[in-house]
Design a binder for this molecule. Structure first.
Ligand code: ATR
Length: 276
């Protein structure tokens, strides 16, 4: 911290060094002329709570939370929004009034990404298939149900985990298997960590109807193999970088008390990813 003035915030994770959030928030702070700091904060796997309390003591206004602490972040909070409780995870903690408050802006980010890159897509028009049954899939399912999606189909490599998630969420969320899960859908969302783990994601995207939007929550590279496959089939695509920026906007507002300026952080992020 070279300039210890203004409002402080950051992103906490393990590892955190690959996070693009400091670049995004830093660019917004600079463009808006706000005196403040947005720092990457590395916590050891069992050191999350201690690190959060240290940052509160240092006067931080709040923290974004990334892998693997999003569930712990919700558990640590004294108050939480319904969307964080429904998602079972928090990507945003704020510390006003000496209390830890949890929110989850990943759902906002997901819907903002669709609105930006596939504005023709409508949540209520058709079922949506989500690949994966972990925390990312749960958050996406909750956001889609809130947005009025008539059916959310959970498809997972380990089918039992899809069943468990569908039963936990209920409502419009169902577990499905096979090609049938891809027929008649308005969108398919990759919420697995397959790409991140260097694995190959198997999905019969050719079973989707023409015009079905294909979205990938991962963004390294921005055009993932999954999205490239979808484009090869002529499907419109939505990338995870748009979602990342979409979740960052309400976080910035929560920390710094104003919406982020209209800066092209997408180009900055793409340039940074190309440098790596
Ligand atoms: P997160 O909280 O980010 O969602 P997670 O809870 O570890 O992470 O979930 C990872 C998801 O990616 C799981 O649904 C996992 O499938 P399994 O339940 O079968 O493990 C999925 N996943 C990871 N690697 C995959 C691969 N190579 N192919 C398909 N799915 C994969």
């Amino acid at each position: 911290v070279s300039d210890p003035h203004g409002i402080w915030a950051g992103v906490i994770g393990h590892p955190v060094k690959h996070s693009l959030s400091p670049l995004i928030h830093g660019a917004w702070l600079k463009a808006a002329g706000i005196e403040g700091l947005y720092a990457p904060i590395e916590a050891s796997p069992d050191g999350f709570e201690a690190m959060v309390r240290a940052k509160i003591a240092e006067g931080y206004a709040g923290l974004n939370v990334t892998v693997p602490f999003k569930t712990q972040a919700l558990e640590l909070a004294e108050t939480a929004t319904f969307r964080a409780l429904d998602a079972g995870a928090a990507n945003l903690l704020t510390f006003r009034g000496g209390r830890i408050h949890a929110d989850n802006t990943d759902g906002v980010g997901l819907l903002a990404a669709f609105a930006e890159q596939a504005p023709q897509w409508q949540a209520h028009a058709a079922p949506v298939t989500i690949l994966g049954a972990g925390g990312a899939a749960r958050g996406a399912a909750v956001a889609l149900e809130d947005a009025g999606c008539p059916q959310i189909r959970i498809v997972n490599r380990t089918a039992e985990k899809a069943e468990v998630l569908a039963q936990a969420l209920g409502g419009a969320v169902v577990a499905m298997t096979g090609r049938e899960a891809f027929e008649g859908v308005g969108a398919v969302i990759n919420a697995t960590s397959a790409g991140l783990l260097g694995g190959e994601l198997e999905a019969p995207l050719d079973a989707t109807p023409e015009g079905c939007v294909v979205m990938d929550m991962t963004y390294v590279p921005v055009l993932t193999a999954f999205l490239a496959h979808a484009e090869g089939l002529g499907r419109p695509v939505v990338d995870g970088l748009s979602m990342l920026i979409g979740q960052a906007k309400p976080s910035f507002q929560a920390f710094f008390g104003q919406p982020p300026p209209d800066t092209d952080v997408r180009s900055l992020a793409i340039a940074e990813l190309a440098r790596r």
